[in-house]
Ligand binder design. Structure first.
Ligand code: AMP
Ligand code: GLY
Length: 424
């Protein structure tokens, strides 16, 4: 099979590895990829949202299947673009339709979806500039903390948790005033849910689904979950507190109604669904958010635990026969630690040489923000490298990943030494 993978992060490096392990992988291309994906396939310099250039490449190289990593091309409608094109429509795209991607692309859309299909989530109301006064009055009736969410994609920054009514009202005005650009034209005001978060990943062919390994990520930059939000600084799969009973409840109350709801709403969804959940007191899981893709860095912990031939799974998604697939999951746990550039998620400097990767043993090294410059590997992004270790005992996996994080060197390297601290 000739495969095109779209994306360039640590997540896509983990995808590229998993694809290359498949017996069905004849040739893998990654657009645009990174120095890590180049170990597993051929990188091609095409942007993830340049659909016309992707089309030309797919036709010229007889690509048979396209797997989409990041949300941007999905929210921009890459699935629909292929389907609407006579030359491309027979080539399956693994990822939801543009409407399906709205589950991530619009908070108001996803909240309305959950309400319509009785999927447990925080109570909410949405407001625009038109009814700003109603919004301010609504906030004054709420208990604190109050959660404000910009409707659209805001690079992970569009959610504010406010500790007073006054702060919430000020932030609400600023959001509608353009603080997050157009993403904040509509604001969702949500009840605060307490509990511990975890992420469930579902692979769907539109009718059938498979539940992939569960994970927990660490979003804050600082140890003890402090400081600014990041894309994610580490992940543990499976998080020990997520019992089979919790998963069973998530399947019944969230996953099934999600898949059925998509069908009822005539939304085509052949891809990954990332369900962010809060395990609220009493082990009652409620949805925090949907994403229309896999998580980063959760993918780096989740995929290495999948033992089923990955391209066989993808083919089942394309064919709508996922019910015929057998999903085998390793009983080893995986722990991923992110090595970031000092200063991230704020400003940071690029171009420092990365050394020591060759000394890492018994741990997977995934590139995220790296680049080759004059034949040297240097940092080029906030999150630079993800290391993943596997072991039956997740604490041993953690120790291996921490050792690898120490072994790889670059100037101003930063990593959280406390991944999994709340699970011990
Ligand atoms: P989101 O972009 O919706 O995932 O929100 C980002 C983060 O904000 C989540 O991962 C949670 O940690 C937090 N968050 C979002 N909504 C709520 C909520 N209703 N209650 C508590 N925390 C929330
Ligand atoms: N790790 C969080 C995300 O991928 O959205």
């Amino acid at each position: 099979m000739k495969i095109l993978l779209i994306g360039s992060g640590g997540r896509e490096n983990a995808f590229a590895r998993q694809i290359s392990l498949s017996h069905q992988c004849e040739k893998l291309f990654i657009a645009p990829g990174n120095p890590g994906t180049a170990y597993f396939g051929q990188n091609v310099t095409i942007s993830t949202t340049d659909f016309n250039a992707l089309k030309q490449f797919v036709l010229e190289n007889a690509i048979q299947i396209v797997i989409v990593g990041p949300e941007a091309p999905l929210v921009e409608g890459i699935f629909d673009f292929f389907l609407a094109d006579n030359e491309l429509k027979s080539i399956p795209v693994i990822g939801p339709s543009q409407q399906g991607a709205m589950l991530e692309g619009s908070k108001a859309f996803s909240k309305a979806f959950m309400l319509r299909h009785q999927i447990p989530t925080a109570a909410f109301q949405e407001f625009t500039e038109e009814n700003i006064e109603e919004g301010l009055a609504y906030i004054s009736t709420q208990s604190t903390p109050i959660v404000l969410k910009a409707d659209g994609l805001a690079a992970g920054k569009g959610v504010l948790i406010c500790n007073s009514i006054k702060e919430a009202q000020e932030e609400f005005r600023e959001m509608l005033g353009g603080k997050f650009g157009d993403a904040g034209n509509k604001v969702v005001i949500e009840e605060f849910m307490s509990g511990i978060e975890f992420s469930v990943f579902v692979l769907s062919d539109g009718k059938n689904y498979k539940i992939l390994p569960v994970a927990k990520d660490y979003k804050r930059i600082g140890e003890g979950d402090t400081g600014l939000n990041t894309g994610g600084m580490g992940a543990v799969s499976p998080p020990p507190f997520v019992t089979p009973a919790i998963i069973e409840r998530v399947e019944r109350e969230v996953i099934l109604p999600t898949i059925k709801g998509l069908q009822k709403d005539n939304i085509v969804y052949k891809g990954f669904i990332y369900i962010g959940l809060m395990n609220t007191p009493g082990d009652i899981p409620k949805v925090v958010e949907y994403n229309c893709r896999m998580g980063d860095p959760e993918t780096q912990a989740v995929l290495p635990r999948i033992e089923t031939d990955f391209m066989e799974l993808m083919q089942h998604v394309a064919d709508g026969t996922l019910d015929k697939a057998e999903l085998k999951i390793s009983d080893q746990a995986a722990v991923t630690v992110i090595l970031a550039s000092g200063g991230y998620p704020g400003d940071f400097e690029k171009g420092y040489e990365i050394t020591g990767i060759e000394n890492v043993k018994d741990t997977l090294v995934f590139h995220a923000g790296t680049q080759l410059k004059d034949e040297k590997l240097v940092n080029s992004g906030g999150r630079v490298i993800a290391v993943t270790s596997l072991d039956k005992d997740w604490l041993k996996a953690l120790n291996k990943s921490n050792l690898a994080a120490e072994t790889i060197q670059f100037y101003h390297k930063y990593y959280r030494r406390d991944i999994g601290f709340d699970l011990k």
